[in-house]
Ligand binder design. Structure first.
Ligand code: NAD
Length: 482
């Protein structure tokens, strides 16, 4: 069933059933390109959440005891269904989130591949046998931690949920997933792939609701054993504190404010073009988005000119329109934040080299924006912009650039451009970040871990490390014989 806008009727998925829940409450879903309401999302009652928790407890027992080969088969079937449906999932994602259709479809395809990678990796979640005394079998096993309370935001409506779902299910855990109320249908379509693939009821439960109510209930419940969150630093700290009160581990993938260091020996035009492409992807709403451009003073003008050119080549428009390379911001909060951060920078003396304003009257479109002469106290240099703003700040010496780069409490991604191996090595060692790219702005890959240091969180998603949070280690000492 779809609305007039071609948007599906959103349902939660609890204990293997699609449902609207018992609260009678809903929230509107808005197309950020038009500001029109295109559908509604049901909000869970406390009783709905309790049913999801009971289902996850039962689902965990079933899934944990399902042979790993069978688990992998089901996950591969789900991945195949998602890959087949990527075009439709992408269309729904563009409607509710705004990103260009090609990016959205690509994200759905990549999410299918994420699932395949983790499903295969879980077959190698080996324990070990430890040398001991004769007659004693001393071993270490890695077991699924239990039902997971997972919370994911709206910027990657398929990729975000899939990182948590794929690791949890591959490890043998069940989940209660609260996806974003702003992009609920993409999450629903992902869950549908698992249901259609034969995932047992209760293993993957999907709920929506008032975020604070849902997280309080799911974290406090003795059923859940891990809290996995992607989102902002303040909310991450709140949820990590709640998890700590009930002695639960958590996995925190939080925000960042990624510095890009362009050293005196770098090619400024190439650095500008490569980092501009990364900056404006997903309209800058990426936790690893390059967001502070620290450029050696000798290259600053050349870099800025090339960056402005790249910004002006971005085609901003409705994500469903042919040729669009950047859609609207995903919600009105981001549009207002861009206006506020730009006005604040200008009030502090910054110059807007291109962009700097909303585009059109309807839809949350904001022009790709380049700011220069930005003083250190401007908010855009401290607060994660999470949008298409690029402040460029010249530096004189590398020590100063490193001090500026490391001065913020964030530590997610960092980027460096230099022709010198020795400078690159120094930056790799000294930049405080969990993810570093040299001479390009590398995106995340399934094979390698992503995650932060400092306020950007802890734990890793991606790579073999992704399973660590979802598995617990059990030491077993077995006396054989009398
Ligand atoms: P926000 O802090 O209100 O919410 C961030 C996410 O957390 C949303 O998905 C929201 O539904 C959820 N959330 C909020 N309160 C919650 C609670 N008490 N319990 C459980 N979940 C809760 O911010 P926002 O306006 O949605 O996004 C803006 C900021 O969030 C950005 O500036 C950025 O810093 C951050 N963000 C980061 C990521 C990321 O990938 N790390 C993704 C989206 C947003």
């Amino acid at each position: 069933m779809t609305t007039d806008h071609g948007y599906p009727a959103v349902r939660m998925h609890i204990a293997g059933e699609w449902c609207q829940g018992g609260s009678g409450r809903t929230a509107p879903v808005v197309d950020p390109a038009t500001e029109e309401t295109i559908g509604t999302v049901p909000l869970a009652s406390a009783a709905d959440l309790d049913r999801a928790l009971d289902a996850a407890a039962e689902g965990f027992r079933v899934w944990r005891d399902t042979p790993v080969v069978r688990r992998t088969e089901i996950l591969h079937t789900a991945a195949g269904l998602l890959a087949e449906r990527a075009g439709e999932v992408g269309r729904i994602m563009t409607l509710e989130q705004g990103k260009p259709l090609a990016e959205a479809t690509g994200e759905a395809r990549r999410a299918a591949d994420t699932l395949r990678w983790h499903a295969d990796d879980a077959r190698r979640a080996y324990g070990r046998i430890i040398p001991s005394a004769p007659g004693i079998l001393l071993s270490v096993r890695r077991e699924p931690i239990g039902p997971v309370a997972a919370f994911v935001p709206w910027n990657f409506p398929a990729g975000g949920p899939m990182r948590k779902i794929s690791s949890a299910l591959s490890a043998g855990c069940s989940l209660v997933l609260k996806a974003s109320e702003e992009t609920p249908a993409t999450a629903m379509e992902l869950v549908r792939c698992f249901a259609d693939a034969g995932l047992p009821a209760g293993v993957l439960n999907l709920v929506f609701g008032e975020p604070a109510e849902v997280s309080a209930r799911l974290i406090a419940s003795p059923v859940t054993r891990l809290v996995a969150f992607t989102g902002s630093v303040p909310v991450g700290k709140l949820l990590a504190a709640r998890a700590g009160e009930v002695m639960k581990p958590s996995l925190m993938e939080l925000g960042g404010h990624a510095p890009v260091l362009v050293c005196a020996d770098a090619d400024p035009v190439q650095a500008a073009r490569r980092s501009a492409r990364a900056k404006f992807a997903n309209a800058g709403q990426v936790c690893t988005s390059p967001s502070r451009f620290l450029v050696h003073e000798s290259l600053a003008e050349e870099f800025t000119a090339a960056f402005v050119k790249a910004a002006e080549e971005v085609v901003v428009g409705d994500g469903l329109a042919e040729g669009t390379t950047m859609g609207p911001l995903a919600n009105e909060r981001r549009l207002r934040a861009m206006e506020r951060l730009t006005a604040d920078a200008v009030a502090h003396g910054a110059e807007v080299r291109t962009g700097g304003e909303r585009l059109g009257r309807a839809g949350y479109f904001f022009a790709p924006t380049v700011l220069t002469d930005v003083p250190a106290q401007a908010a855009v240099l401290h607060e994660e912009p999470f949008g298409p703003l690029a402040p460029i700040v010249p530096f004189t010496g590398l020590d100063e650039a490193l001090r500026t780069a490391n001065a913020l409490p964030y530590g997610l991604a960092a980027y460096a451009f230099t022709e010198s191996a020795a400078t690159a090595e120094r930056l790799v060692r000294e930049l405080e970040a969990g993810i570093l790219s040299v001479n390009h702005c590398g995106g995340s890959v399934h094979e390698a871990p992503s995650g932060g240091v400092k306020d950007s969180g802890y734990g890793r998603e991606g790579g073999p490390e992704a399973l660590d949070a979802y598995l617990v280690t059990k030491r077993v000492s077995h006396l054989l014989g009398p």
